[in-house]
Design a protein around this ligand. Structure first.
Ligand code: PLP
Length: 433
């Protein structure tokens, strides 16, 4: 008896014939989408939350860019090119031809990715090369790469702190720091935003074995800077360590782009730096920790986002290597973003706007009212300037603003054009006279 008819007799002819039909995804999906009470309830719960977010006016829409990231972009639904003033592309390197070309070269040479975590078979010579360049750039002993700075922040505190230790964190630190601290078992202390007397009180009363002060170098909503000299003094007085997140500083802040330490002329005084490759440093992806070699050695053994997540892909590593080379060779780009920032801040202040923050390319144009910020941003877009309004809960109630971000790639004409549009809209909405 032929094998198929034996099978047909055993299982029934119908099911046998069904097994010969080609696979049909739509048939599978049709049976999967039959109503199930748990799924219906799940959808209802999610939809309620979504409606709540919409009712609160905080639902985020994503504009779709149809060009590369740059100072001039095209956006779906609009015809003309738009001047972009809301990317973290501080050095304008996201589509820099040298960076892109090196990325393609290493894509050809090393492939698309590693299909592995670092400690199994995901470490290439280029990962080691980039880690070396990062530590050289910051003048530190060693560095470790992560898929993002979110991961670097999520992975560090749990790996190094125990219940005998204490962490002192600025209340406005980035979400990834807050999440990272949640994961660790250390004693958790939160000090008022940039309030050094509050920090001192908390340090004074701590009997922890290790004390770690944790702060953003630059706070991204306000463009204001951590009071690092005072933090370092307090750390010396109370025998604490200092960690800073330099995502909004590395590569462009301080005279040669070494970040907040350099801005305050105190290079090398911070113990641990976490930062990103996803903003000024080419804008692709990736984050890192740099600091004492024992710390980096331990993170390679214990840090969970490093141990349990895929290795950084070669084209992304390439962008980091190329950008590090460029920055160690010249500080022209960081000088340029600084002069553009001064031009924008001076002109806007002279026009009567209130600009938050200090000397930083994050320039929050303070408007107060959430609706006004949203209308203002829409009117700027209709004048060809892409900026975003931020309101509660991203910033405190009554402190809505438009966050402008300046890039080294903006020309002085671009900056002047943005100021002119702000003045135009500002007058028509009666924000300035
Ligand atoms: N830390 C700060 C202060 C940030 O602004 C960001 C990004 O928004 C991150 C960490 C996370 O960086 P990444 O995009 O590399 O995950």
């Amino acid at each position: 008896m032929p094998i198929f008819s034996k099978y047909a007799l055993m299982r029934g002819a119908d099911s046998f014939l069904q097994s010969l039909r080609p696979f049909s995804l739509s048939n599978c999906l049709a049976s999967a989408s039959a109503p199930r009470p748990a799924l219906t309830q799940f959808r209802d719960i999610l939809n309620n939350q979504i409606t709540g977010i919409k009712d609160a006016g905080t639902y985020k829409m994503e504009r779709v860019i149809t060009s590369s990231q740059s100072t001039e972009i095209t956006v779906e639904g609009t015809q003309k090119r738009i001047l972009n003033f809301c990317a973290n592309n501080y050095l304008g390197l996201a589509n820099n031809p040298e960076v892109v070309s090196y990325s393609k070269e290493l894509l050809d040479k090393y492939g698309a990715g590693l299909s592995s975590v670092r400690f199994i078979c995901g470490t290439q010579s280029i990962h080691k090369e980039l880690e070396k360049k990062i530590s050289q750039f910051h003048g530190r002993e060693d560095a470790i790469l992560y898929a993002s700075c979110f991961d670097a922040n999520a992975g560090i505190f749990e790996a190094i702190l125990t219940p005998d230790d204490a962490v002192f964190s600025d209340e406005l630190n980035h979400a990834s720091i807050i999440d990272g601290i949640r994961l660790c078992k250390a004693q958790k202390q939160r000090y008022k935003h940039r309030d050094m007397s509050d920090l001192e009180k908390q340090l004074q009363s701590s009997t922890a074995r290790l004390k770690l002060i944790v702060t953003d170098g630059v706070f991204s909503m306000d463009g204001n800077i951590a009071p690092l000299p005072k933090i370092v003094d307090l750390a010396a007085k109370y025998d604490a360590l200092v960690f800073i997140d330099e995502c909004h500083a590395t590569g462009f802040f301080g005279a040669t782009g070494r970040g907040t330490e350099e801005y305050y002329n105190m290079l090398g005084r911070v113990d641990i730096i976490n930062s990103t490759l996803g903003k000024a440093l080419g804008g692709a992806a990736g984050g890192y920790t740099t600091g004492p070699k024992e710390l980096i050695r331990l993170l390679r053994q214990k840090s969970r986002p490093y141990l349990f997540s895929n290795s950084l892909p070669p084209p992304v590593v390439a962008t980091g290597i190329k950008v590090m080379d460029m920055l160690m060779h010249s500080d022209q780009l960081s000088q340029r973003v600084q002069s553009n920032t001064k031009r924008f801040r001076d002109a806007m202040t002279k026009a009567g706007f209130v600009i938050g923050g200090e000397n930083h390319p994050i320039c929050p144009v303070m408007l107060g009212d959430a609706r006004l910020a949203s209308i203002f941003a829409d009117q700027m877009l209709s004048r060809g300037i892409y900026v975003i309004g931020f309101s509660y809960p991203v910033v405190p109630k009554g402190k809505a603003r438009i966050r402008v971000q300046i890039s080294a790639a903006h020309t002085t004409d671009d900056v002047d054009h943005a100021v002119a549009a702000f003045v135009d809209v500002g007058k028509s909405l009666k924000v300035i006279k």
